[in-house]
Design a protein around this ligand. Structure first.
Ligand SMILES: [Fe+2]
Length: 272
């Protein structure tokens, strides 16, 4: 069984103009929670929007991410810069040549990290990515976790569903009946669950700000204050359970480790 922590959408800024809480602090608090769990996750999957569009690059994000207490698998979102991402995370994963998808092993589960931001910035997968995925799925004998930034399923929220996920039907065709047993995504900044492709499929709450919800589409979605949270997925032949962990005030148990992280953080910042 693999135990996977899914963190999403920190939107790390480098100008200090966060609309609500500091996502860097929330990220480090999530690392602290993960480090102190009695059953420590095998890995962290970070499902995109690592930086905010306002950020000039990844120099402010990398020192934070290197403090992850377990292996961290970074994925790009629509706020990330594909060229900068590939350079910044060179060596973190074996990226495909013409998109930022990759596979990795997490215990006995195969992670399929599928880059869902098309070159034009829209959500979806093109034929290059579908062909890549078909090759992966066709050879996989292990239960697989499919991770994307954009949810490939309809959410019922117009601001997420329009424009829709390009080639969602072709992706669904590949996933159905495959070894993919769980689908996770970000982008929504909200917790959403559904069944898609025969799999439990979900989006995670954000480490960064929340987003408002309008199911009728009469109100434009906007950043809102929301407690940062992350998901914990147990994935195995006989286990398929997810928990949402909301990041609240630190406990006495986590305070010493939190202090250690703050010390590292200050040291990194002082290095410029
Ligand atoms: Fe986002």
């Amino acid at each position: 069984m693999a135990l996977v922590a899914q963190l999403s959408d920190p939107h790390l800024r480098d100008d200090g103009a966060d609309p609500f809480h500091d996502p860097a602090e929330a990220l480090l608090l999530a690392f602290t929670q993960i480090a102190t769990m009695d059953a420590k996750p095998d890995a962290i999957v970070l499902t995109g929007d690592i930086i905010d569009r306002s950020a000039k690059g990844y120099a402010h994000a990398l020192p934070l991410l290197r403090q992850a207490p377990v292996p961290l698998w970074p994925m790009p979102g629509n706020h990330d810069d594909p060229v900068g991402f590939r350079i910044a995370f060179d060596g973190w994963a074996d990226f495909a040549s013409d998109h930022l998808s990759y596979i990795a092993q997490i215990d006995d589960v195969q992670l399929i990290a599928l880059d869902s931001t098309l070159p034009n910035g829209c959500p979806g997968v093109d034929w290059s990515r579908l062909n890549w995925l078909e090759g992966i799925i066709g050879h996989s004998q292990r239960p697989s976790l499919l991770a994307l930034h954009h949810p490939p399923f309809a959410t019922g929220a117009p601001h997420l569903d329009n424009p829709g996920f390009q080639n969602a039907d072709a992706l669904l065709h590949l996933v159905k009946g495959s070894q993919v047993c769980r689908v996770i995504a970000g982008h929504s900044h909200r917790a959403i669950q559904t069944i898609w492709g025969g799999c439990l499929s979900s989006t995670a709450s954000a480490i960064g700000h929340g987003l408002s919800l309008s199911l009728c589409g009469t109100q434009r979605h906007k950043p809102v204050q929301m407690a940062p949270a992350f998901d914990l997925h147990a994935i195995g032949p006989e286990d398929l359970v997810s928990h949402q962990i909301t990041l609240g005030p630190e406990s006495e148990e986590t305070a010493p480790i939190r202090s250690a992280y703050q010390g590292n953080d200050r040291q990194v910042v002082s290095e410029g």
